[in-house]
Write a protein that binds this ligand. Structure first.
Ligand code: SF4
Ligand code: SF4
Length: 156
């Protein structure tokens, strides 16, 4: 590289507009399609764990018993796989930049308490399922009794 070109570059660096900004104090306009931070809508999440299996960085954890979904944002590479694979559309990429923090922490989200309407719908579904099982059992028992009766009749 010629000394003239090098000098020009040095002067441009010294007196030109900086290429970088003082993030997070100063932020640039975010371009469309930006992959920011993974966000979750817990009302939609069914804790199926598909995002856990698909994440290449093991950044997501689901605890069904505790009803929680959590993410290690510091392990996330914003690949968007979990967002694409979630069957309920519960995940999205925010238009934010990843968090800045002095210590690595997990973001833990819990399932919201079900509303009275949701509880009633769940109870109705359960009752319907139990009635269907009881009817199937009764039909099976009746069929078995009929078959046994036919065997007895054939013996006589
Ligand atoms: S894939 Fe979607 S619904 Fe399933 S646990 Fe992940 S966020 Fe929840
Ligand atoms: S965006 Fe990629 S790396 Fe980040 S949590 Fe989702 S699947 Fe994992």
């Amino acid at each position: 590289m010629g000394s003239f070109k090098l000098g020009k570059m040095t002067l441009r660096s010294l007196f030109g507009k900086p290429e970088t900004v003082m993030y997070p104090l100063e932020k640039r306009d975010i371009p469309a399609g930006h992959r920011g931070v993974v966000e979750i809508d817990m009302a939609k999440c069914i804790l199926c764990g598909i995002c856990v299996k698909r994440c290449p960085c093991s950044a997501i954890e689901v605890d069904k018993a505790a009803g929680t979904w959590s993410i290690n944002h510091f392990g996330c590479i914003q690949c968007d796989t979990c967002v694409r694979e979630c069957p309920k559309g519960a995940l999205s990429m925010s238009m934010e930049f990843p968090h800045v923090a002095p210590v690595k922490t997990r973001q833990v989200e819990s399932k919201p308490e079900p509303t009275p309407e949701e509880l009633a719908a769940e109870a109705a579904k359960k009752a319907e399922r139990e009635a269907r099982i009881a009817a199937a059992k009764a039909a099976k028992a009746a069929k078995a009794a009929k078959a046994a009766q036919e065997v007895e009749s054939a013996k006589e």
